[in-house]
Design a protein around this ligand. Structure first.
Ligand code: THG
Length: 367
């Protein structure tokens, strides 16, 4: 690969200076912002994530803030997940769909107050969809992108590191809940969440001007824990079945095809965009769905386009993400498979750039 040309469109983050000092080796672009993908090597980063603690610049998880009397009504229009009974202090993984039931984003929604939400978005320009709905329905709510930059602390030693910086009470934050903690006089939202299965926190750093002070404090306090700069790890996220919008799903897919039916309460989500379309697909059930797939043979190259999954000469699905897993000694993959071929144990083939390989449909992800 070649270098990325800096420009105003390709946004840096409040932590970019720390990321560069830590020796970042590769970036991707996510929500028009830099997102590190490799520090030492994907495999070395993976090993370290599973054994120590890492600090991740995930500022690219931009917030769409909803503020005003109609914020709650708008949030429920945006997702088929039932939000009644949700109180401030909660984070929720919510599918966002268009009027056809097609996935627009799969963010984490944070309820800050009855009249205030953050939508912590995956890689699509959700702000424009939200502003369009507000304008079309004449809702009384302000929508914008605040100066909030998530910093994730992930790994088995995350609690120990966070307790040193924020005090022991940070250990009491429960999964997908948040509390407010002070850093140098600034109140910060800290949630137990993050894009790994190793456990940890996400700090919603605001304002960005304190970003490097917090980054440096975490690095200094974690020295003896072997804290390192890290980033979402391809191998670990596939093992854990964490989906990537734009890779594993797009507007072509319904939440049910993505295995996100458990986050849809389409009957009770009155007023949500796409409800009629989803009621139909919820009754019928999807005819293809995301599955964990094991690709046999040597390590496969990076999956930067869909790899056809075939039964003989018939295309029955595709692989969208794949990586060699050192822990499981096989290529782990995420794909979409037609219902005629999706039963666990089904043996198919996948057309990779390294040739045709046997592929096994699994029951569950690896972790
Ligand atoms: N954290 C925050 N914002 C984000 C992400 C994040 N925005 C972009 C992207 N990640 C959104 N996608 C996901 C995908 C999976 C999860 C969170 C965001 C996730 N899933 C858990 C799982 O599948 O095991 C838990 C889901 C649940 O039980 O509610 O965490 O990571 N702030």
């Amino acid at each position: 690969m070649v270098a990325l040309s800096p420009s105003r469109r390709l946004r840096r983050t409040p932590f970019s200076e720390g990321v560069e000092a830590a020796g970042v080796k590769a970036y991707t672009v996510y929500n028009h912002m830099l997102l590190p993908t490799v520090f030492r090597s994907v495999e070395e980063d993976y090993r370290h994530l599973k054994s120590a603690v890492q600090v991740w610049d995930v500022a690219c998880e931009r917030q769409v803030e909803l503020r005003g009397p109609d914020a709650g009504r708008l949030m429920q229009m945006l997702t088929p997940r039932d939000l009644r009974g949700v109180n401030p202090g909660r984070c929720l993984y919510v599918p966002i769909v268009d009027e056809t039931g097609g996935m627009l984003n799969d963010p984490v929604a944070i309820k800050l107050a009855e009249d205030r939400w953050w939508i912590s978005i995956a890689d699509s320009d959700l702000l424009y969809w939200v502003k369009g709905i507000v304008h079309g329905w004449r809702l009384d709510v302000l929508v914008d992108e605040p100066d909030v930059s998530p910093l994730a602390v992930q790994g088995p030693l995350a609690d120990d590191l966070m307790a040193r910086v924020f005090g022991d009470s940070v250990r009491d934050v429960r999964f997908f809940r948040y509390s407010i903690f002070d850093f140098e006089g600034y109140p910060l939202v800290i949630a137990r969440s993050g894009y790994s299965k190793q456990g940890g926190f996400e700090i919603y750093v605001s304002p960005g001007s304190i970003g490097m002070a917090l980054w440096n404090a975490l690095m200094a306090e974690g020295r003896d824990l072997d804290v390192r700069a890290g980033c979402p790890n391809l191998i670990e996220r596939i093992e854990g079945g964490l989906l990537s919008y734009g890779n594993d799903m797009t507007r072509e897919n319904t939440p049910h095809e993505c295995g996100l039916g458990k986050f849809c309460d389409t009957h009770s989500a009155i007023g949500c965009v796409g409800r009629d379309a989803l009621l139909r697909v919820a009754i019928e059930g999807p005819v293809r769905q995301i599955r964990p797939l094991e690709i046999e043979g040597e390590a496969v190259p990076a999956c930067d386009r869909l790899w056809p999954v075939v039964d003989g000469d018939r295309r029955v699905g595709h692989v969208s993400s794949a990586a060699w897993s050192p822990d499981f000694g096989t290529n782990v993959a995420i794909g979409m498979v037609r219902m005629t071929h999706w039963d666990p144990g089904t043996r198919l083939e996948v057309e990779t750039p390294a040739g045709r390989r046997p592929v096994l449909v699994r029951d569950t992800f690896w972790i």
